[in-house]
Design a protein. Sequence first.
Length: 161
Amino acid sequence: MSSRTARVAAPVLGVALLSGTAVAVTALPATAVENAPTTSQSVQVTGAASVKKTAKKKSKVVSDRQVRKYKLSKKMVRDIAKAKKFAKTKKAKQVRQRESHSRYKINTGNGYYGAYQFDKGTWRSNGGKKFSKTANKAPKWAQDYVMWRTHKARGWSPWGG
């Protein structure tokens, strides 16, 4: 896509983004509108402001802050993405619903914690101690990750098959 730059001689009132293209908002006379660029062309704003096109950011699995806080490796972030996808499966949703009504912060008082009702031993042995002492205090994505790891090692047997 080629772009044409137009200089705006009138006072700039503001800048709007239309379909990812910066368009200057000015108070131009009606005759000037005929020569105005279309939305598929970019506008270089002189004087008041300058706007650059920005690419859409890909949504992150976990925030940069959480990566630093929990010292997550690139491999672990990739595994967390797999775990999030796995947690959306029908069976994982059924287990989560049956165990805790999908409440990630739940502490039932019977020695089981979080959405998947981990006991402390299972939580720790499958990597949960990196995130918190018990599952109910860990982020949602961390509980999904530990569930995924537990499932990889033992299948659905910890949740009754």
